[in-house]
Design a protein around this ligand. Structure first.
Ligand SMILES: Cc1cc2nc3c(=O)[nH]c(=O)nc-3n(C[C@H](O)[C@H](O)[C@H](O)COP(=O)(O)O)c2cc1C
Length: 238
């Protein structure tokens, strides 16, 4: 599970991305076909990712009517939805496009019909995608010390792959910016674990997004590993 080809370009994309709600147009046909190729690669193990152009987004999104839909077969861990969806977000960001995850900002009746949703499938989120100049990068997030429950000195002493993985994980987008994760990191592993939040509805998807960010950070320092389920999250030995 969670095995995908991580593009080296996603490391930079993580340090550029922020949610965009006002766009200046749809992606070009060329951009759409490139994203379509990635959607096919992200479609496996209970997840289907598909691009659509047309109605489906609510008025919170202006200036584009293009979006990706993440369809999950019942029983698929929500972390997979986040992992695969964020891969598309980072690829789109690397292509210079704006994106926004939407849990509430889409019209479920229209989207369910578009994908011909089956009884054993669910859609929790879509991702708006369009032309936009990204705003200055200024994410509001908890500090690495808070996330990892480590002192400043302990954080400084983390190895290079661990530090990049944690820095990336910190920058992950989450529903209402709740950042519903705590991170454990040691010499050979990183774990993205549950943290109690007020509205846990999207916490599993948020965790998957955070896991991909951590994996991109580790991969940027030539460390790769396999995510293993823990009682309260996932651990990757790298
Ligand atoms: C699973 C998920 C669902 C989200 N749903 C919405 C939404 O319905 N409407 C919206 O405007 N933003 C939505 N967002 C965007 C978050 O509000 C945003 O990622 C967060 O505030 C952090 O800001 P940033 O993405 O600009 O770094 C969602 C994000 C995630 C990860």
């Amino acid at each position: 599970m969670f095995e995908i080809n991580i593009s080296p370009e996603w490391q930079d994309a993580i340090h550029k991305r922020s949610s965009v709600r006002k766009y200046t147009g749809n992606p070009t046909d060329e951009q759409l076909s490139r994203l379509g190729v990635l959607c096919k690669k992200l479609t496996w193990q209970g997840i289907t990712v598909r691009m659509f152009r047309g109605p489906g987004l609510k008025s919170v999104i202006k200036g584009t009517n293009v979006y990706a839909v993440i369809v999950a077969k019942n029983g698929t861990p929500p972390e997979m939805e986040g992992y695969m969806g964020e891969a598309l977000v980072l690829e789109a960001t690397a292509m210079g496009l704006g994106t926004c995850w939407l849990g509430a900002g889409f019209n479920a009746d229209i989207v369910n019909k578009n994908v011909n949703l089956q009884n054993d499938e669910q859609i929790h989120c879509v991702i708006a995608i369009g032309q936009a100049s990204l705003p200055a990068f200024n994410p509001k997030r908890r500090s690495i010390q808070q996330l990892c429950k480590k002192s400043e000195d302990e954080v400084k002493n983390l190895g290079p792959w661990q530090l990049t993985a944690v820095e990336n994980a910190r920058l992950a987008p989450s529903a209402i910016n709740q950042q519903p994760w705590k991170i454990e990191v040691d010499t050979n592993s990183i774990s993205i674990l549950e943290r109690t939040v007020l509205i846990p509805k999207y916490a599993g998807i948020d965790r998957g997004i955070c896991m991909l960010h951590a994996a991109v950070g580790a991969a940027s320092k030539r460390h790769t590993g396999v995510w293993k389920k823990q009682e309260d999250g996932y651990m990757m030995k790298a």
